[in-house]
Design a binder for this molecule. Structure first.
Ligand SMILES: [Zn+2]
Length: 246
């Protein structure tokens, strides 16, 4: 069977609040509230002020996953220092082979999508044999750089769990703006637990992609952002240590 590949034929905007490199530099307080962010999409991921947990937005509902892995619906007045949002339209859908793992996800997406040069929102819905997550924990001021703030994050593994993994596949040329490759968060079907995904094995489910052609980047007007170091020499290593971890 030849997979049918659809080149994007219409424009679709991905909205981003601040930069990954700003987060790495310890810019953990943002300007935008959850309520404002939901005006830019019904789907997304990010974090909260003071790095107080992982964010996942599904179907227009924003969830906060705290340091202990428990999830709750976020308040509309909570703020975020880094968020990526879009209105999710599942233009591409496929059922991957049983046992798809995180390390194989990018390759699987490459087979589905027509070009690595666009952005893709990714939604995986199904039953997972395992999902291993970490969750950032609330930081105190003065904020430490993210490599230090995430150095001792606890990892949690869920087994035989239903839920959704959502996030973005970002082109390598956006490194520093975002996290190159797949950056995805998990929340269980009951919306009670989740985190930033380090690894998973999908038992059965679907992978949906929403291609993005336009990036709307909103930079903070804060003093902290204006004086941040946004092009560190070891950017690759910092992203690997904070986001991939293995
Ligand atoms: Zn994350």
């Amino acid at each position: 069977m030849t997979a049918q590949k659809h080149l994007p034929t219409q424009r679709h905007t991905v909205f981003q609040n601040s930069l990954m490199s700003a987060l790495l530099d310890g810019i953990y307080d943002g300007e935008l509230t959850v309520g404002e962010l939901l005006g830019h999409g019904n789907f997304g991921i990010g974090t909260f002020d003071a790095l107080d947990g992982e964010m996942i937005v599904l179907d227009g509902v924003c969830y906060q996953v705290r340091g202990d892995g428990t999830a709750r619906q976020a308040d509309l007045t909570q703020r975020s220092p880094f968020t990526v949002m879009t209105n999710f339209v599942p233009l591409i859908e496929s059922r991957p082979p049983e046992g798809l793992r995180r390390g194989e996800l990018s390759g699987f997406i490459d087979e589905l999508q027509p070009s690595e040069n666009y952005m893709y929102a990714v939604r995986i819905t199904g039953r997972f044999s395992t999902v291993t997550v970490r969750t950032v924990t609330k930081q105190d001021k003065p904020y430490r750089p993210m490599v230090e703030a995430t150095g001792d994050d606890a990892e949690l593994t869920f087994t035989d769990v239903e839920g959704v993994i959502g996030g973005f596949r970002t082109p390598v040329y956006e490194k520093g703006i975002g996290v190159p490759g797949c950056h995805v968060h998990f929340i269980d079907a009951a919306r009670t637990a989740g985190g930033h995904v380090l690894d998973f094995t999908l038992a059965a489910g679907s992978v949906e992609l929403c291609p993005g052609t336009d990036l709307e980047l909103r930079l903070p007007l804060t003093t902290q952002f204006s004086t941040a170091e946004l092009t560190p020499g070891d950017l690759d290593e910092q992203i690997h240590r904070t986001e991939v971890k293995r």
